[in-house]
Design a protein around this ligand. Structure first.
Ligand SMILES: Nc1nc2c(ncn2[C@@H]2O[C@H](COP(=O)(O)OP(=O)(O)OP(=O)(O)O)[C@@H](O)[C@H]2O)c(=O)[nH]1
Ligand SMILES: [Mg+2]
Length: 453
Protein backbone atom coordinates (compact mmCIF):
# COMPACT_ATOMS: atom_id res chain seq x y z
CA UNK A 1 0.00 0.00 0.00
CA UNK A 2 1.04 3.58 -0.62
CA UNK A 3 3.25 5.00 2.13
CA UNK A 4 1.52 7.43 4.49
CA UNK A 5 2.87 9.83 7.10
CA UNK A 6 1.40 11.95 9.89
CA UNK A 7 2.33 13.59 13.18
CA UNK A 8 1.27 11.06 15.84
CA UNK A 9 1.58 13.40 18.85
CA UNK A 10 -0.84 16.26 19.75
CA UNK A 11 -0.42 19.60 17.94
CA UNK A 12 1.07 21.37 20.97
CA UNK A 13 4.47 22.11 22.47
CA UNK A 14 6.00 19.21 24.38
CA UNK A 15 9.15 17.24 25.03
CA UNK A 16 9.10 15.37 21.74
CA UNK A 17 6.93 15.06 18.65
CA UNK A 18 6.65 11.79 16.74
CA UNK A 19 6.21 11.54 12.97
CA UNK A 20 4.91 8.15 11.94
CA UNK A 21 5.48 6.68 8.46
CA UNK A 22 3.86 3.43 7.32
CA UNK A 23 3.82 1.47 4.07
CA UNK A 24 5.96 -0.59 1.76
CA UNK A 25 8.30 2.36 1.14
CA UNK A 26 8.43 3.62 4.76
CA UNK A 27 12.10 2.79 5.34
CA UNK A 28 13.13 4.36 2.01
CA UNK A 29 11.25 7.54 2.95
CA UNK A 30 13.04 7.48 6.32
CA UNK A 31 16.39 6.95 4.56
CA UNK A 32 15.86 10.16 2.55
CA UNK A 33 14.94 12.19 5.64
CA UNK A 34 17.06 10.71 8.42
CA UNK A 35 20.83 10.08 8.59
CA UNK A 36 21.92 7.85 11.51
CA UNK A 37 24.99 9.24 13.33
CA UNK A 38 26.51 5.74 13.17
CA UNK A 39 26.53 5.92 9.37
CA UNK A 40 24.69 2.57 9.22
CA UNK A 41 22.12 2.50 6.38
CA UNK A 42 18.51 2.32 7.57
CA UNK A 43 17.91 -0.57 5.15
CA UNK A 44 20.26 -2.64 7.34
CA UNK A 45 18.51 -1.77 10.63
CA UNK A 46 16.60 -4.65 12.18
CA UNK A 47 13.00 -4.28 13.40
CA UNK A 48 12.49 -2.84 16.92
CA UNK A 49 15.83 -0.97 16.77
CA UNK A 50 16.53 2.74 17.16
CA UNK A 51 19.13 5.13 15.78
CA UNK A 52 20.14 8.63 16.80
CA UNK A 53 20.82 10.99 13.89
CA UNK A 54 20.06 14.07 11.85
CA UNK A 55 16.75 14.95 10.20
CA UNK A 56 17.03 16.72 6.85
CA UNK A 57 14.80 18.09 4.12
CA UNK A 58 16.62 17.75 0.79
CA UNK A 59 20.01 18.48 2.35
CA UNK A 60 18.80 21.20 4.76
CA UNK A 61 19.38 20.13 8.36
CA UNK A 62 16.14 20.45 10.37
CA UNK A 63 16.79 18.82 13.76
CA UNK A 64 18.45 15.96 15.65
CA UNK A 65 16.23 13.05 16.56
CA UNK A 66 15.70 9.35 17.04
CA UNK A 67 14.44 6.89 14.45
CA UNK A 68 12.57 3.73 15.41
CA UNK A 69 12.27 0.95 12.85
CA UNK A 70 9.54 -1.71 12.72
CA UNK A 71 9.56 -4.33 10.00
CA UNK A 72 6.49 -5.93 8.46
CA UNK A 73 4.50 -7.74 9.84
CA UNK A 74 5.75 -6.85 13.35
CA UNK A 75 4.38 -3.32 13.60
CA UNK A 76 1.15 -1.59 14.63
CA UNK A 77 -0.09 -1.45 11.03
CA UNK A 78 1.50 -4.73 9.96
CA UNK A 79 3.53 -2.79 7.37
CA UNK A 80 7.06 -1.39 7.48
CA UNK A 81 6.91 1.52 9.90
CA UNK A 82 9.41 4.26 10.74
CA UNK A 83 8.84 6.66 13.61
CA UNK A 84 10.95 9.79 13.84
CA UNK A 85 11.06 11.60 17.18
CA UNK A 86 12.14 15.23 16.94
CA UNK A 87 11.98 18.15 19.38
CA UNK A 88 8.38 18.74 20.45
CA UNK A 89 7.53 21.99 18.69
CA UNK A 90 4.47 22.40 16.48
CA UNK A 91 6.48 24.03 13.66
CA UNK A 92 9.44 21.63 13.69
CA UNK A 93 7.10 18.61 13.66
CA UNK A 94 5.27 20.04 10.62
CA UNK A 95 8.63 20.67 8.88
CA UNK A 96 9.75 17.06 9.46
CA UNK A 97 6.38 15.85 8.17
CA UNK A 98 6.65 17.95 5.03
CA UNK A 99 10.18 16.53 4.52
CA UNK A 100 8.57 13.05 4.60
CA UNK A 101 6.09 14.18 1.94
CA UNK A 102 8.96 15.50 -0.22
CA UNK A 103 10.59 12.09 0.24
CA UNK A 104 7.59 10.26 -1.23
CA UNK A 105 5.01 9.73 1.55
CA UNK A 106 1.43 11.02 1.28
CA UNK A 107 -0.67 12.51 4.14
CA UNK A 108 -2.47 9.90 6.29
CA UNK A 109 -6.24 10.21 6.74
CA UNK A 110 -7.89 10.19 10.19
CA UNK A 111 -7.42 6.73 11.73
CA UNK A 112 -5.61 5.41 8.66
CA UNK A 113 -2.81 3.67 10.61
CA UNK A 114 -5.39 1.75 12.67
CA UNK A 115 -7.50 1.09 9.55
CA UNK A 116 -4.43 -0.49 7.91
CA UNK A 117 -3.84 -2.55 11.07
CA UNK A 118 -7.39 -3.87 10.67
CA UNK A 119 -7.08 -4.50 6.93
CA UNK A 120 -3.81 -6.38 7.60
CA UNK A 121 -5.54 -8.63 10.13
CA UNK A 122 -3.85 -7.13 13.21
CA UNK A 123 -7.15 -6.03 14.78
CA UNK A 124 -10.84 -6.73 14.34
CA UNK A 125 -13.18 -3.77 13.82
CA UNK A 126 -14.34 -3.92 17.46
CA UNK A 127 -10.71 -3.93 18.62
CA UNK A 128 -10.00 -0.90 16.41
CA UNK A 129 -13.02 0.86 17.95
CA UNK A 130 -11.54 0.09 21.38
CA UNK A 131 -8.36 1.96 20.40
CA UNK A 132 -10.45 5.13 19.93
CA UNK A 133 -12.15 4.46 23.28
CA UNK A 134 -8.77 4.09 25.03
CA UNK A 135 -7.69 7.46 23.64
CA UNK A 136 -10.96 9.05 24.80
CA UNK A 137 -11.15 7.32 28.22
CA UNK A 138 -11.55 9.69 31.14
CA UNK A 139 -11.62 7.29 34.04
CA UNK A 140 -9.89 4.16 35.30
CA UNK A 141 -12.85 1.79 34.93
CA UNK A 142 -13.60 2.69 31.32
CA UNK A 143 -9.91 2.52 30.46
CA UNK A 144 -9.70 -1.02 31.91
CA UNK A 145 -12.76 -2.11 29.93
CA UNK A 146 -11.47 -0.58 26.72
CA UNK A 147 -8.07 -2.23 27.15
CA UNK A 148 -9.86 -5.58 27.50
CA UNK A 149 -11.86 -4.80 24.35
CA UNK A 150 -8.67 -3.98 22.46
CA UNK A 151 -7.26 -7.31 23.52
CA UNK A 152 -10.31 -8.93 21.93
CA UNK A 153 -12.79 -9.48 24.80
CA UNK A 154 -15.87 -8.61 22.70
CA UNK A 155 -14.42 -10.08 19.53
CA UNK A 156 -14.01 -13.48 21.24
CA UNK A 157 -17.59 -13.48 22.51
CA UNK A 158 -19.00 -12.52 19.10
CA UNK A 159 -16.82 -15.13 17.43
CA UNK A 160 -18.04 -17.85 19.80
CA UNK A 161 -21.66 -17.02 18.86
CA UNK A 162 -20.95 -16.78 15.12
CA UNK A 163 -18.99 -20.07 15.14
CA UNK A 164 -21.96 -21.80 16.77
CA UNK A 165 -24.41 -20.38 14.22
CA UNK A 166 -22.02 -21.27 11.39
CA UNK A 167 -21.97 -24.89 12.59
CA UNK A 168 -25.80 -24.92 12.51
CA UNK A 169 -25.84 -23.41 8.99
CA UNK A 170 -23.33 -26.03 7.81
CA UNK A 171 -25.38 -28.87 9.29
CA UNK A 172 -28.61 -27.57 7.75
CA UNK A 173 -26.91 -27.19 4.37
CA UNK A 174 -25.64 -30.77 4.57
CA UNK A 175 -29.16 -31.98 5.37
CA UNK A 176 -30.60 -30.05 2.43
CA UNK A 177 -27.93 -31.19 -0.06
CA UNK A 178 -27.23 -34.79 1.08
CA UNK A 179 -30.19 -35.99 3.17
CA UNK A 180 -29.50 -39.65 2.35
CA UNK A 181 -25.92 -39.54 3.48
CA UNK A 182 -26.56 -38.14 6.97
CA UNK A 183 -25.96 -40.77 9.64
CA UNK A 184 -28.11 -39.41 12.52
CA UNK A 185 -31.60 -37.95 12.48
CA UNK A 186 -31.72 -34.14 12.31
CA UNK A 187 -32.33 -33.13 15.94
CA UNK A 188 -34.39 -29.93 15.74
CA UNK A 189 -34.61 -29.60 19.54
CA UNK A 190 -30.85 -29.76 19.93
CA UNK A 191 -30.28 -27.08 17.26
CA UNK A 192 -33.10 -24.88 18.67
CA UNK A 193 -31.39 -25.14 22.08
CA UNK A 194 -28.13 -23.93 20.57
CA UNK A 195 -29.94 -21.01 18.92
CA UNK A 196 -31.56 -20.14 22.26
CA UNK A 197 -28.14 -20.06 23.93
CA UNK A 198 -26.85 -17.75 21.16
CA UNK A 199 -29.89 -15.49 21.65
CA UNK A 200 -29.24 -15.30 25.41
CA UNK A 201 -25.58 -14.46 24.93
CA UNK A 202 -26.47 -11.69 22.45
CA UNK A 203 -29.10 -10.33 24.87
CA UNK A 204 -26.49 -10.23 27.66
CA UNK A 205 -24.12 -8.34 25.37
CA UNK A 206 -26.83 -5.88 24.30
CA UNK A 207 -27.67 -5.05 27.92
CA UNK A 208 -23.97 -4.44 28.63
CA UNK A 209 -24.16 -1.43 26.27
CA UNK A 210 -25.91 0.79 28.84
CA UNK A 211 -23.36 -0.08 31.51
CA UNK A 212 -20.49 0.64 29.12
CA UNK A 213 -22.00 4.01 28.25
CA UNK A 214 -22.36 4.90 31.91
CA UNK A 215 -18.73 4.04 32.52
CA UNK A 216 -17.60 6.09 29.54
CA UNK A 217 -19.77 9.18 29.98
CA UNK A 218 -20.59 9.03 33.71
CA UNK A 219 -23.86 8.12 35.42
CA UNK A 220 -26.54 10.81 34.94
CA UNK A 221 -27.33 11.77 38.54
CA UNK A 222 -29.98 14.26 39.67
CA UNK A 223 -29.91 15.98 43.07
CA UNK A 224 -33.53 16.72 43.97
CA UNK A 225 -35.58 17.71 47.01
CA UNK A 226 -37.75 20.55 48.19
CA UNK A 227 -36.20 24.03 48.59
CA UNK A 228 -33.60 24.60 51.31
CA UNK A 229 -32.94 20.94 52.19
CA UNK A 230 -29.23 21.32 51.24
CA UNK A 231 -29.07 20.10 47.62
CA UNK A 232 -26.58 22.75 46.52
CA UNK A 233 -24.52 22.26 49.69
CA UNK A 234 -24.31 18.55 48.77
CA UNK A 235 -23.41 19.44 45.15
CA UNK A 236 -20.56 21.63 46.38
CA UNK A 237 -19.39 18.95 48.81
CA UNK A 238 -19.23 16.33 46.02
CA UNK A 239 -17.58 18.62 43.46
CA UNK A 240 -15.17 20.11 46.00
CA UNK A 241 -16.01 23.60 44.68
CA UNK A 242 -18.47 26.42 45.29
CA UNK A 243 -20.16 25.47 42.01
CA UNK A 244 -23.73 26.10 43.24
CA UNK A 245 -24.97 29.13 45.15
CA UNK A 246 -25.97 28.27 48.74
CA UNK A 247 -28.17 30.55 50.88
CA UNK A 248 -30.84 29.99 53.51
CA UNK A 249 -33.41 31.52 51.15
CA UNK A 250 -35.84 28.96 49.70
CA UNK A 251 -35.70 28.82 45.89
CA UNK A 252 -32.02 29.83 45.57
CA UNK A 253 -31.22 27.39 42.76
CA UNK A 254 -33.43 28.01 39.74
CA UNK A 255 -31.63 26.59 36.73
CA UNK A 256 -29.80 23.25 36.52
CA UNK A 257 -26.15 23.36 37.63
CA UNK A 258 -24.11 20.51 36.14
CA UNK A 259 -20.68 19.08 36.90
CA UNK A 260 -18.86 15.78 36.34
CA UNK A 261 -17.16 14.26 39.40
CA UNK A 262 -15.34 11.06 40.32
CA UNK A 263 -16.90 9.53 43.42
CA UNK A 264 -15.23 6.40 44.83
CA UNK A 265 -13.89 5.57 41.34
CA UNK A 266 -17.31 6.05 39.69
CA UNK A 267 -17.89 8.93 37.30
CA UNK A 268 -21.10 10.87 37.97
CA UNK A 269 -22.68 13.59 35.85
CA UNK A 270 -24.27 15.57 38.66
CA UNK A 271 -27.21 17.94 38.13
CA UNK A 272 -28.16 20.21 41.04
CA UNK A 273 -31.79 21.15 40.48
CA UNK A 274 -34.31 23.74 41.61
CA UNK A 275 -36.25 22.71 44.72
CA UNK A 276 -39.56 20.99 44.00
CA UNK A 277 -42.56 22.98 45.25
CA UNK A 278 -45.81 24.53 44.06
CA UNK A 279 -44.91 28.01 42.94
CA UNK A 280 -46.54 30.94 41.15
CA UNK A 281 -43.11 32.38 40.28
CA UNK A 282 -42.66 31.94 36.50
CA UNK A 283 -38.86 31.53 36.60
CA UNK A 284 -38.95 29.09 39.52
CA UNK A 285 -41.76 27.17 37.75
CA UNK A 286 -39.53 26.66 34.69
CA UNK A 287 -36.75 25.49 37.05
CA UNK A 288 -39.12 22.90 38.55
CA UNK A 289 -40.09 21.68 35.06
CA UNK A 290 -36.41 21.26 34.17
CA UNK A 291 -35.83 19.43 37.42
CA UNK A 292 -38.64 16.97 36.58
CA UNK A 293 -37.02 16.32 33.18
CA UNK A 294 -33.63 15.65 34.84
CA UNK A 295 -35.35 13.38 37.35
CA UNK A 296 -36.84 11.32 34.50
CA UNK A 297 -33.50 11.09 32.64
CA UNK A 298 -31.36 10.24 35.68
CA UNK A 299 -30.07 6.72 36.33
CA UNK A 300 -29.28 7.65 39.93
CA UNK A 301 -31.27 10.15 42.01
CA UNK A 302 -29.93 11.73 45.18
CA UNK A 303 -33.20 12.70 46.91
CA UNK A 304 -32.39 15.09 49.74
CA UNK A 305 -34.60 15.55 52.83
CA UNK A 306 -34.11 17.94 55.76
CA UNK A 307 -34.13 15.90 58.99
CA UNK A 308 -34.49 19.05 61.12
CA UNK A 309 -37.97 19.81 59.74
CA UNK A 310 -41.10 17.71 59.50
CA UNK A 311 -41.79 16.16 56.10
CA UNK A 312 -43.96 18.60 54.11
CA UNK A 313 -46.51 18.17 51.30
CA UNK A 314 -43.73 19.01 48.81
CA UNK A 315 -41.61 16.19 50.29
CA UNK A 316 -44.57 13.83 49.97
CA UNK A 317 -45.17 14.82 46.34
CA UNK A 318 -41.51 14.14 45.60
CA UNK A 319 -41.58 10.76 47.41
CA UNK A 320 -44.54 9.73 45.24
CA UNK A 321 -42.52 10.46 42.10
CA UNK A 322 -39.34 8.61 43.12
CA UNK A 323 -38.38 5.11 42.03
CA UNK A 324 -36.76 3.50 45.11
CA UNK A 325 -34.63 1.26 42.84
CA UNK A 326 -32.72 4.24 41.48
CA UNK A 327 -32.89 6.55 44.49
CA UNK A 328 -30.41 7.20 47.26
CA UNK A 329 -32.45 8.82 50.02
CA UNK A 330 -30.17 11.45 51.58
CA UNK A 331 -31.35 12.45 55.07
CA UNK A 332 -29.47 15.72 55.56
CA UNK A 333 -28.76 18.15 58.40
CA UNK A 334 -28.33 15.35 60.96
CA UNK A 335 -26.17 17.80 62.97
CA UNK A 336 -29.44 19.52 63.99
CA UNK A 337 -32.29 18.22 66.17
CA UNK A 338 -34.33 15.62 64.35
CA UNK A 339 -37.94 16.47 63.55
CA UNK A 340 -38.64 14.51 60.35
CA UNK A 341 -40.11 11.00 60.41
CA UNK A 342 -36.86 9.45 59.15
CA UNK A 343 -37.99 5.87 59.78
CA UNK A 344 -40.71 6.44 57.17
CA UNK A 345 -38.01 7.43 54.68
CA UNK A 346 -35.65 4.56 55.48
CA UNK A 347 -38.61 2.15 55.31
CA UNK A 348 -39.50 3.39 51.83
CA UNK A 349 -35.98 3.63 50.35
CA UNK A 350 -33.60 0.64 50.64
CA UNK A 351 -30.64 2.93 49.94
CA UNK A 352 -30.68 5.56 52.68
CA UNK A 353 -27.83 7.62 54.15
CA UNK A 354 -27.86 10.03 57.07
CA UNK A 355 -25.42 12.88 56.60
CA UNK A 356 -24.57 16.49 57.11
CA UNK A 357 -23.74 18.05 53.75
CA UNK A 358 -21.50 20.46 55.65
CA UNK A 359 -19.27 17.59 56.79
CA UNK A 360 -16.63 16.23 54.38
CA UNK A 361 -16.88 12.76 55.94
CA UNK A 362 -20.33 12.48 54.28
CA UNK A 363 -18.72 12.00 50.85
CA UNK A 364 -17.81 8.37 51.64
CA UNK A 365 -21.33 7.51 52.75
CA UNK A 366 -22.77 8.89 49.49
CA UNK A 367 -20.06 7.13 47.43
CA UNK A 368 -20.80 3.76 49.07
CA UNK A 369 -24.56 4.14 48.56
CA UNK A 370 -24.15 5.11 44.87
CA UNK A 371 -21.76 2.19 44.26
CA UNK A 372 -24.21 -0.24 45.86
CA UNK A 373 -27.25 1.15 44.04
CA UNK A 374 -25.69 1.37 40.57
CA UNK A 375 -23.92 -1.98 40.91
CA UNK A 376 -21.25 -0.42 38.71
CA UNK A 377 -18.49 -0.92 41.27
CA UNK A 378 -18.90 -4.69 41.02
CA UNK A 379 -19.32 -4.89 37.23
CA UNK A 380 -16.78 -6.94 35.34
CA UNK A 381 -16.72 -5.39 31.92
CA UNK A 382 -13.31 -6.85 31.16
CA UNK A 383 -15.29 -9.79 29.76
CA UNK A 384 -16.32 -7.63 26.79
CA UNK A 385 -19.21 -5.26 26.19
CA UNK A 386 -21.08 -3.56 23.38
CA UNK A 387 -19.31 -0.21 23.20
CA UNK A 388 -21.28 1.91 20.73
CA UNK A 389 -24.48 2.32 18.74
CA UNK A 390 -23.08 0.65 15.60
CA UNK A 391 -22.24 -2.50 17.55
CA UNK A 392 -25.57 -2.40 19.43
CA UNK A 393 -27.64 -2.20 16.22
CA UNK A 394 -25.75 -5.13 14.65
CA UNK A 395 -26.13 -7.21 17.84
CA UNK A 396 -29.89 -6.41 18.08
CA UNK A 397 -30.52 -7.32 14.43
CA UNK A 398 -28.47 -10.54 14.79
CA UNK A 399 -30.35 -11.49 17.97
CA UNK A 400 -33.77 -10.88 16.32
CA UNK A 401 -32.76 -13.04 13.32
CA UNK A 402 -31.56 -15.83 15.63
CA UNK A 403 -34.92 -15.64 17.46
CA UNK A 404 -36.78 -15.90 14.14
CA UNK A 405 -34.59 -18.86 13.09
CA UNK A 406 -35.29 -20.68 16.37
CA UNK A 407 -39.03 -20.03 16.10
CA UNK A 408 -38.99 -21.21 12.48
CA UNK A 409 -37.29 -24.43 13.60
CA UNK A 410 -39.73 -24.94 16.49
CA UNK A 411 -42.82 -24.35 14.32
CA UNK A 412 -41.65 -26.84 11.70
CA UNK A 413 -40.80 -24.46 8.87
CA UNK A 414 -38.51 -25.76 6.11
CA UNK A 415 -34.79 -26.14 6.83
CA UNK A 416 -34.19 -23.79 3.89
CA UNK A 417 -36.01 -20.96 5.70
CA UNK A 418 -34.17 -21.66 8.98
CA UNK A 419 -30.85 -21.74 7.13
CA UNK A 420 -31.45 -18.37 5.43
CA UNK A 421 -32.37 -16.70 8.74
CA UNK A 422 -29.21 -18.12 10.35
CA UNK A 423 -27.09 -16.88 7.43
CA UNK A 424 -28.60 -13.39 7.75
CA UNK A 425 -27.80 -13.42 11.48
CA UNK A 426 -24.23 -14.46 10.65
CA UNK A 427 -23.90 -11.56 8.20
CA UNK A 428 -24.87 -9.13 10.97
CA UNK A 429 -22.32 -10.68 13.35
CA UNK A 430 -19.62 -10.48 10.67
CA UNK A 431 -20.57 -6.85 10.13
CA UNK A 432 -20.19 -6.28 13.89
CA UNK A 433 -16.71 -7.80 14.00
CA UNK A 434 -15.72 -6.18 10.69
CA UNK A 435 -15.20 -9.42 8.75
CA UNK A 436 -17.93 -8.37 6.30
CA UNK A 437 -18.41 -4.69 7.05
CA UNK A 438 -18.93 -2.44 4.03
CA UNK A 439 -16.44 0.30 3.15
CA UNK A 440 -19.01 2.88 4.28
CA UNK A 441 -19.25 1.28 7.73
CA UNK A 442 -15.46 1.01 8.04
CA UNK A 443 -14.94 4.61 6.89
CA UNK A 444 -17.49 5.92 9.40
CA UNK A 445 -15.74 4.05 12.23
CA UNK A 446 -12.33 5.51 11.40
CA UNK A 447 -13.69 9.05 11.02
CA UNK A 448 -13.86 9.11 14.84
CA UNK A 449 -10.07 8.79 15.04
CA UNK A 450 -7.48 11.52 15.00
CA UNK A 451 -4.93 11.87 12.19
CA UNK A 452 -1.77 10.00 13.18
CA UNK A 453 -3.58 7.12 14.95
N1 LIG B 1 -26.95 22.74 59.80
C1 LIG B 1 -26.89 22.38 58.52
N2 LIG B 1 -27.21 23.26 57.56
C2 LIG B 1 -27.16 22.88 56.28
C3 LIG B 1 -26.76 21.56 55.93
N3 LIG B 1 -26.82 21.47 54.57
C4 LIG B 1 -27.23 22.67 54.12
N4 LIG B 1 -27.43 23.51 55.14
C5 LIG B 1 -27.90 24.90 55.05
O1 LIG B 1 -29.19 24.91 54.50
C6 LIG B 1 -29.41 26.09 53.74
C7 LIG B 1 -29.92 25.74 52.34
O2 LIG B 1 -28.87 25.06 51.67
P1 LIG B 1 -28.85 24.93 50.08
O3 LIG B 1 -27.75 24.00 49.77
O4 LIG B 1 -28.83 26.26 49.41
O5 LIG B 1 -30.25 24.25 49.86
P2 LIG B 1 -30.97 23.84 48.47
O6 LIG B 1 -31.67 22.57 48.71
O7 LIG B 1 -29.98 23.90 47.36
O8 LIG B 1 -32.03 25.01 48.33
P3 LIG B 1 -32.70 25.61 46.98
O9 LIG B 1 -31.63 25.89 46.00
O10 LIG B 1 -33.38 26.83 47.46
O11 LIG B 1 -33.70 24.60 46.51
C8 LIG B 1 -28.08 26.84 53.74
O12 LIG B 1 -28.12 27.83 54.72
C9 LIG B 1 -27.08 25.75 54.10
O13 LIG B 1 -25.93 26.27 54.75
C10 LIG B 1 -26.40 20.66 56.97
O14 LIG B 1 -26.05 19.50 56.77
N5 LIG B 1 -26.50 21.12 58.24
MG1 LIG C 1 -29.87 25.00 45.65
Amino acid sequence: MITIAAIATPPAQGGIAVIRISGEDALNVAERVFSPASGKPISEMRGYTAAYGTIRDKGTRLDDGVLLVYRTPHSYTGENVAEISCHGGVFIAKRVLSACFSAGAVPAQAGEFTKRAMLNGKLSLTQAEAVADIIGAQNEQFLMCSEAQREGALHRRIKAVSDEILSIVTLIQAWIDYPDEMEDEFDGNLEAGKLKAAENELSRLISSCGEGQMLRDGIPTAIVGRPNVGKSTLMNLLTGTERSIVTDIEGTTRDIVEETVMLGGIMLRLADCAGIRDTSDVVEGIGVERMLKKLAEASVVLAVFDSSRELSDDDERLIARLDPAKTVCVINKTDLNEKADVSRLSGKFPHTVRISAKDEASINAIADAVAELSGIGSLDLTTGFIANERQRLCACEARDLVTQAREALETGMTLDAVGILCENALDKLYELSGEKASDTVIDSVFKRFCVGK
